[in-house]
Design a protein around this ligand. Sequence first.
Ligand SMILES: Nc1nc2c(ncn2[C@@H]2O[C@H](COP(=O)(O)OP(=O)(O)OP(=O)(O)O)[C@@H](O)[C@H]2O)c(=O)[nH]1
Ligand SMILES: [Mg+2]
Length: 429
Amino acid sequence: MALGAGDTIVALSSGRPPAAIAVVRTSGPRASALAQQVAGSLPPARQATLRRLIDPTDGNIIDDALVIRFAGPHSATGEDVVEYQCHGGRATVDALIAVLVRESGVRLAEPGEFTRRALANGRLDLTEAEGLADLLAAETDLQRRSAMVRAGGGLRVRLDRWREQLLSLSARAEVAIDYADEEDGSLDNDLSGALGDLSTEIRMLAESPRVEPLRDGIRVVLAGPPNAGKSSLLNALVQAERAIVTPIAGTTRDVIEVPVSISGIPFVLVDTAGLHESDDEVEAIGIARARQETSSADILLWLGAAEATPVHERLIVLLPKSDIPRDEASNHALPVSSHTGQGIPELSTKLVGLALKLLPRKDEIALVRRERDLLAEASDALARAASLTDPVLVAEELRVARTAIDRIAGRAGVEDLLDTLFGRFCLGK
Ligand SMILES: Nc1nc2c(ncn2[C@@H]2O[C@H](COP(=O)(O)OP(=O)(O)OP(=O)(O)O)[C@@H](O)[C@H]2O)c(=O)[nH]1
Ligand SMILES: [Mg+2]
């Protein structure tokens, strides 16, 4: 947990001054008392109230501001929250914050600390907090929409429902254990069926698209032998001279990443060293990295010979330098030329087509890897439970499934994860 969980925290929650208006947010046990001191009296809850803000030690006027109070637990953090909408000049903001933090038990907030308290007080769960972090970082419309689904509780609702179902299934298994002596002690078929159905339902969600390609960009790796024209193609796709191009084989040695948005979809184009056997130490390292990139690519562009094409789930085989006449038929490869621009629009269209399969559709949930793994874990445990007859073992598998579901929502064993997540938040959120 963050330092001083019982402190009242203060932060500028709006953008960096100067701005027309700044929002200074306070949350914690002293928030209301502070408002009373600075704004003269306590404003009514949930009603924007114009107040003159005064430094209580010397009576100096700080600003005229709209003050909005939310009484806990019905607030964003679950604690008493007071927001001050003051003028957005740097000196005004600084003066207000200085007066607020002068009180004992009041301090500046850590990044993400408001949200962290909301999580601690059950105002949102981990999947929503993660969605919120994505929402704040969203740069494209697709990212924004996907984050909205998560931040709005798209996953939480299902997890809550599944948790209830798991509890009632556990209760049924317990009953079977209790009656084990009297009857044959095995489970009714009905329960096995219910376990199997729930396993399938959870499995289906586990197969949802991943958040990472949407958040970080879809990794398109350009690979092939030296001099194939990989760097030139990258430059042509991003319409800028980002990678060095020379007629010398082995020009690119390191991995070069260039983020680019094509039709509003975030891609990261990855240029790599030409794949071949090399005695040069530096080049050899570059080639090893290129091989790694090839295997972790979301989409692979192959600029080499057809017979040497690597195996990849989403592969586009290209025939580079198509402006140079050559004998062999191009069969399945897409002809592209970085010099004349031939095939570049078609390649972009193909990239977008493949990318759309990797991305969540409108209003579809996307999952982070952790969530997918835990959902799969829960589904597996339920599938095992469905095939068991001993109610004691079934109850144990149900417990495994419940723990996995609880961990997704952040109800169990996630402290280390919280630090990483809240490190992504900005100050004042
Ligand atoms: N005619 C023609 N030449 C090209 C084309 N694309 C690249 N070239 C030339 O081919 C040579 C190698 O191009 P690069 O883009 O550096 O090739 P690379 O695959 O990145 O090479 P390495 O980094 O050494 O592996 C350069 O001289 C380019 O000008 C093309 O579409 N048509
Ligand atoms: Mg190159």
